[in-house]
Design a protein around this ligand. Sequence first.
Ligand code: IVH
Length: 719
Amino acid sequence: MSTKSVDKLTSAEAAKELDRLAREIAEHDRHYYLQDAPVISDAEYDALRRRNAEIEARFPRLIRPDSPSHRIGARPSEKFAKVRHAVPMLSLDNAFSDEDVADFIGRVRRFLGLKDDDAVAVMAEPKIDGLSASLRYENGIFVQGATRGDGEEGEDITANLRTISDIPLRLSGRPPKVLEVRGEVYMTHKAFAALNKRQEKEGKPVYANPRNSAAGSVRQLDPKITAGRALNFFAYAWGEISDMPADTQHGILQKFESYGFVVNPLVRRCETLEQVLKFYRDIEARRAKLGYDIDGVVYKVDRLDLQERLGLVSRSPRWAIAHKFPAEQAETVIEAIEIQVGRTGKLAPVARLKPVTVGGVVVQNATLHNEDEIARLDARVGDTVVIQRAGDVIPQILRVILEKRPRNSRPYHFPHKCPVCGSHAVREVDEKTGREDVDRRCTGGLICDAQTVERLKYFVGRDQFDIEGLGGTLIELFHERGLLKEPADIFALTEKPKKVAAILAEHRARLSEERRAAEGKEPVKTKGKKKADEGEGKQVENLMAAIERRRTIGLDRFINALGIRHVGETTARLLARHYRSLGAFLAGMKAGNVKEELESIEGIGGVVAEAIFDFFDEPHNVKALDRLLKWLTVTDMAAPANSSPVSGKTVVFTGTLEKMTRQEAKARAESLGAKVSGSVSAKTDIVVAGPGAGSKLKEAQKHNVQVLDEDAWLKLISA
Ligand code: IVH
């Protein structure tokens, strides 16, 4: 820590120190919360945070987006009990323009096979900018409350939610026996201002915005603290429900009110696109005066039977969309342009900006996307630019203000070599279209350290193997020391406790050394050594245990972790649902008709199929995979509906369907656990043939496959 008193710091010194403090405190948080092995005493830790708060108080413009002061109370995620949601908590797709909304309505119509003039009534609701929570009531009594978490599993914050007066502890009226009400916990502008005033007075860090403060408040370990914070709750959705009290979104919201919940008073049922867009504009005009933050409007198909038919794509419902308000903008200066090399070798240019506040958040990096984008903007170091930030999306550069360009500025030249491994970086040419890819990629592949390290970081990430305590900096260090090259090596670490201990010690030493150096003190070898040793033993043990725990993993996470290009969480889940078991998946990847089979999966197109094929066509990948699998038990993907008569069956649709669109038929079959294929073979179980069926029907007869007409099929799946 610098010994200079805060009021003597120049703003450059302050910025530098805030940067260091943010990283250092985050690192200590990881030690403390994730590894339960603090490297420094509580007093030392508090001193770091105090120093950070003092500097921020003097230089509010320098408050960083990753400042530790935004994160009070948000850290102890491992300290709350986990709650598995009976029904997953979904997220919403976004619309940014009127056209996007029109497309949404059009998609709904097409999916349901409605005509252009058939009305699709939707509920329009303000999108509250807080944090979502799920409240479980049994026989009308509030029994459990949870955060959203990753949508599947959240944290038990029952005690804290009980302190919110908008959340009834006992319901009125005649609620269903089991009722999970979902909605948003938020803080009003007034309460937010009062809280920050109090925090400041008590010398505690202030929150960046009402959403962060609401999140920080419900995640306090001591419910008394939550009780002291004025929080509110709007109800807008539900999870498990023993019997439906209404058959429209509108009707349910009315029921919620009758049970004692607060429903946003602005919600409105709209019949036409015009009404929907008018509602959006009205709300936008009233936004600043509402007294709480909203970041858009949510539209939901009103009829619940239609919602059910529309179903989900990945984790978002097809029947709802969030229409976001336009992003906020600000002006700042590009101080540098840096290139980051990603896991697929993509050279990603990042603009380092003079820190600027946009919509209450300090921004100092913006993406420049790619070479063409830099050329289009003609963005140069030293340029003054207009940036925009929307929600949690990485800020973008909109344009350069040419009048403010320094006279000596020079155009930016995009590197043609990888800045990490020096290999050529090229833009691939699409064989079919002859078009150049927008991204320049490092050709170093397996020899490029940046790619290797990024792949490993991805592998242990939250949506992949989620190995606690093995963060980015440690991965880098293990890689530097030659212990990590490929995923299998992570599991091999469990057989090298001595080496791991040495590296963890080095990591800790590095951290505290950096701190000492920054404080201008001599390195101290003996002081606190015993305490450190104990913490260290525990740290090794914890890391080993965390790795060991992940030797059993679900098929979807496993596929996601492979880091195949274009295959993220969503596609991985589609693949896992389709193949169900690791055996079937690997066999499928070796089969002759891989691409065809992949493309028959709803949601997977040609580019993705090609990328998956390429991955398994590369012997290096197959070998690395074999080595990895020696360590793992990959569990099957459960069929969504086990009892369904078609679960596990392979179904082919052919001919014209009259009761539903092909898309709906396919989605429905898949949600019942069937596998939908595009071609008939001996492995096909059922062919659903409508009028006009041709060669596929013949093929079915040849292989003796069961053939059903649409009605018989519908009867079968509704059985
Ligand atoms: S509905 C099935 N309605 O927005 C859909 N969400 O981006 C579940 N949100 O996680 C959400 N206001 O935290 C819905 N009126 C509203 C909302 C709302 C705010 C939040 C919610 C959700 C996020 C999705």
